[in-house]
Design a protein around this ligand. Structure first.
Ligand code: ATP
Ligand code: MG
Length: 399
C-alpha cells in the first residue's frame, strides 16, 4: 500500500508540531489516528473525521511542559503530556520511550531513545506507523501499511514475548481484529492462545475497559465473543453462556456494554463486579437478572404489575427480550403506553400518602404501609381509582 503524499492535519494541531520542531525537537504523528486515516484512504472513503492525533517526540515531558502554556499531566510517568490546542482540545504528546522492564502488567520506561525504538515497543504493526506532519515523511519499519492492506493484526517482533510483556495486548489484538474485520496473523494468534491462561494476571479495570471498548467498536458482537472464547479470555474473565440471541439485532443497535454483558453472561452482575464496574452498572445488571423477564400476560393489568416489580429495569428487560427473540415483544406497546399515561406503579405515585391514611384514622405503624400496599394493588387493577377521593373512600371503608 502506498502512503498518501500528505495528511490533512488541522492547523491547530500543526501548531503544536511546529512549536516542538522550532525548538529543535523531533516530532511525529503516531498511533490510532494515523492507522485509521490510512484505513479510510484504503477503503476509498475520503471523509476525514475530526482527528485527535497523538504525537511522539524526542522532547522530554519537562521540555514539552515548558514549551506550551496549557498542559495537563496525563501520564507524566510514562512520558505523556496533554497539550491543549487553541480550541482547548487535548492532544497527547509522548516522549519517545522504550520499555525497560515489563512483568505482564506494568512497564518501566526509559526516555532518550529514537523514533525507531519507540515504534518497536508498540504492540501491532498497524499501530507502529509514524507520519511527520511538517516534512510529510512516513516511517513504517514493520510494514504496518502492508498489514492494513492485507487486513491483518500482527505483533511487532516476537509475539510470545510481546504478550508476556503485557498480556493486555492479547485483548487489544482481538479488539482491533473485531473492529476492523481483520484476521489475526497465525503466529500472533498462536502466541495469543498460549497466553490465554495468563490473562488472569491483568488488573480487572484494564480488562473491563477492553471488554467495554471491544463491545462498543466491534463490527459484530458474535465475532468478538468468539475471539474472546477461543483465546481463553472468556474462561478467565467472562464466562459466556450459550446464547441464542439475534446477533443481527445486537449489531444494529447502539452498543451498550452493560446490556450486552447481561445478554451474554449467565451471571452478569457477578462478572461486572469481578471486572470492578461501577456500582450503578452492577445494580443495573442485578435488576436485569432479577426480572421477571416479561409480564405474566399481555394484558394491560399484567403489564402494569410487571412494571411495578421491575421499575427502572423495564427498558433494559424490553431490550434484552428483543435481542433474545429478534422481535419486539407483544407487550411492549402496553408497557410504553402505561408509562406514557403515568399510571402509578409505586406507592409514591398514589394520589394519597401515609399521612392522609393516618388522618383517616389508621393507627401509625405497619398498618399504614399495609394500607398503601392495598391501595397500590387496587390501582394496579384499575388506575382510574387513583384520585384522592376514591382512595380516601377505600381507606374509610376498611373493615
Ligand atoms: P484507539 O482507536 O482504540 O484509541 P489506538 O491505537 O489509538 O486505538 P491507544 O490505546 O489509544 O490505541 O494507544 C495509542 C498507541 O499506543 C497505539 O496505537 C499503540 O501504538 C500504542 N499502545 C497502546 N497500548 C499499548 C500496549 N499495551 N502495548 C504496546 N503499545 C501500545
Ligand atoms: Mg487512541
Amino acid at each position: 500500500m502506498s502512503f498518501p503524499a500528505t495528511l490533512p492535519i488541522p492547523d491547530e494541531v500543526l501548531e503544536i508540531a511546529r512549536r516542538l520542531d522550532d525548538a529543535g525537537h523531533e516530532v511525529w504523528c503516531v498511533g490510532g489516528a494515523i492507522r485509521d486515516t490510512l484505513l479510510r484512504t484504503r477503503t476509498g472513503s475520503s471523509a476525514l473525521e475530526p482527528f485527535d492525533v497523538d504525537f511522539a517526540t524526542s522532547a522530554t515531558p519537562e521540555q514539552v511542559q515548558a514549551l506550551f502554556r496549557r498542559t495537563v499531566g496525563v501520564g507524566i510517568k510514562h512520558g505523556t503530556v496533554g497539550v491543549l490546542d487553541r480550541h482547548r482540545v487535548l492532544h497527547e504528546v509522548t516522549t519517545f520511550r522504550r520499555d525497560v522492564t515489563t512483568d505482564g502488567r506494568h512497564a518501566v520506561v526509559a526516555f532518550g531513545v529514537s523514533l525507531a525504538d519507540d515504534l518497536a515497543r508498540r504492540d501491532f504493526t498497524i499501530n507502529a506507523i509514524a507520519y511527520h506532519p511538517l516534512r510529510h515523511e512516513w516511517r513504517d519499519p514493520f510494514d504496518g501499511a502492508g498489514d492494513l492492506a492485507r487486513g491483518l493484526i500482527r505483533a511487532v517482533g516476537d509475539p510470545a514475548q510481546r504478550f508476556r510483556e503485557d498480556y493486555l495486548r492479547v485483548l487489544r489484538a482481538i479488539r482491533f481484529a473485531a473492529r476492523f474485520g481483520f484476521e489475526i496473523d497465525a503466529a500472533t494468534w498462536e502466541a495469543a492462545r498460549a497466553a490465554g491462561p495468563s490473562l488472569d494476571q491483568l488488573s480487572a479495570e484494564r480488562v473491563r475497559d477492553e471488554w467495554f471498548k471491544g463491545l462498543r467498536t466491534t463490527r459484530s458482537v458474535a465475532r468478538l465473543v468468539d475471539l474472546w472464547t477461543r483465546v481463553g479470555a472468556a474462561d478467565v474473565w467472562i464466562p459466556f453462556r450459550a446464547v441464542s440471541f439475534s446477533a443481527a439485532e445486537a449489531d444494529r443497535s447502539p452498543r451498550d456494554p452493560v446490556l450486552l454483558t447481561s445478554l451474554l453472561v449467565a451471571d452478569p452482575a457477578g462478572a461486572l463486579r469481578r471486572l470492578r464496574a461501577s456500582n450503578a452498572e452492577i445494580a443495573r445488571a442485578e435488576a436485569i437478572q432479577r426480572g421477571p423477564e416479561e409480564p405474566a400476560a399481555d394484558t394491560p393489568e399484567a403489564v402494569r404489575r410487571w412494571r411495578a416489580v421491575v421499575l427502572g429495569a423495564a427498558d433494559d428487560l424490553m431490550a434484552i427480550w428483543r435481542h433474545r427473540h429478534g422481535a419486539v415483544p407483544g407487550w411492549a406497546a402496553a408497557a410504553l403506553d402505561s408509562r406514557a399515561r403515568q399510571e402509578p406503579v409505586t406507592r409514591g405515585e398514589l394520589a394519597i400518602d401515609g399521612s392522609d391514611i393516618a388522618a383517616a384514622g389508621v393507627p401509625p405503624g405497619p398498618a399504614i404501609g399495609a394500607m398503601l400496599d392495598q391501595l397500590l394493588d387496587r390501582v394496579l387493577t384499575d388506575p382510574s381509582l387513583n384520585t384522592r377521593e376514591q382512595l380516601a373512600a377505600i381507606v374509610r371503608s376498611r373493615p
